[in-house]
Design a protein. Structure first.
Length: 176
């Protein structure tokens, strides 16, 4: 039996779940002398997150890291479900799905490293950035052509919204 193409899953996605470091960021941190760790996020990924939320999709963040700046940025985009400091991500994943009555087959998850694997094995569409760990690439149904922090999140969100006719390409009317 032929395995389904990842594109066949896109029309059923209602929920996006993302890791932060290595997915929404490039996975590097700048460590300041006071111990703060600075991360960089891609503005285009942010636009896609906001567009998905405004289009009625569920968006959740589950990350092992915990950084107030990351939380503020995500909240500013409208993300309400943010689990930081999640070292066993499957617990937060199960809680989020149960609380919101979401079916696993309707979830797209993007992760980049081994702590993401348990969740990725339970979702409808496991995805990863191009520069993800080999073990994560092996469990992904789609590997973005973009690296983490360089548009991988935008890539998957845009594909889903386009398939579901929710990506507004009529920029002339919208921004005139």
């Amino acid at each position: 039996m032929k395995e389904k193409s990842y594109k066949e899953y896109l029309e059923h996605i209602t929920t996006f779940i993302f890791d932060v470091d290595g997915v929404l960021t490039d996975g590097t941190v700048t460590i300041m002398t006071n111990g703060d760790m600075l991360r960089r996020m891609n503005i285009k990924d942010g636009y896609a997150l906001k567009t998905a939320i405004d289009s009625g999709f569920n968006v959740c963040i589950i990350s092992g890291g915990s950084n107030l700046g990351v939380q503020k940025r995500l909240e500013g985009l409208g993300v309400k479900d943010i689990y930081l400091g999640a070292h066993n991500k499957i617990n937060q994943y199960n809680e989020y799905l149960n609380t919101n009555h979401i079916k696993p087959e309707n979830v797209l998850y993007m992760g980049d490293d081994i702590p993401d694997a348990p969740v990725m094995k339970r979702v409808g569409l496991p995805t990863c950035p191009q520069d993800a760990a080999p073990e994560i690439k092996n469990v992904s149904k789609y590997i973005s052509h973009k690296n983490g922090g360089k548009g991988a999140v935008r890539d998957v969100i845009e594909q889903v919204l386009k398939v579901q006719d929710k990506w507004d390409g009529n920029f002339d009317a919208k921004y005139d």
